[in-house]
Each structure stands twice: as structure tokens, then as C-alpha cells.
Design a protein. Sequence first.
Length: 125
Amino acid sequence: MARKTVSRKTTATRRSDFQPRQLLMAGLGAVSLGRKQAIKSYSQATGEIGNLRDRTETVMKEAEAAARSLRKKVEGKVLQFRKTTEKQLAPVLARFGVNAGLKKPVSAPVKAKSASAPAKRRARR
């Protein structure tokens, strides 16, 4: 008679690649690394905010200086234009009896009259 052969399992039962302890340690490492990176990012961000504030102040000062110089130039041009215009219009304004170059003197402010005591009421008889 022929003998029956029993097939054997040659491979042992597979163990999972990760043990719970290894998974726990990996999680702790990830949390620790994330915490360190968050602290580093925060410190870099606060440093950048300080730099941004300094740059903003510098740009503001430059803009104010540019605005001042532009204003001086424009005021000079306006004054020059005004003088030439007044000079050209002086004969025409003289015909109408208007003093071109003279400004009207500003009168002193009018004082309000002091409030007098209210009139006494007469009693009716």
C-alpha cells in the first residue's frame, strides 16, 4: 500500500511587523519632534515680526521724506505760478479797482457783548 504523506506547514505563523511597544515609542518620537519644530517655528516667526516692524518703520520714514521733498517742490511751483499769474492779471484787475498783490487785512475778531443782567419783572397789580 501506498503511504500517505501529510503536508507540513513550513512557515511559522507570521508575527505582525509592529509590536505595540514599538508603535507607542514611534508615536512619542513623532510628538516630541513635532513639539520641537513648533517651538523653532514660533521663535523664527517672532524674529521675523521684529524684522518686519523695523523694515516697515524704515519704509515709512523714507516715504515721509519723499513726501516732504515733493511738497516743497510743488509749493515752489505753485508760488511761481501765482506770482506770474498775478503779474499778468495786474492790469486787468487794476481796471476793475482790485488790488491784485495786496491781501485784505484780517479784522480783529468781534467780541460778543457781555450778557447783562436779565430785566426785572414787574409785579402786576
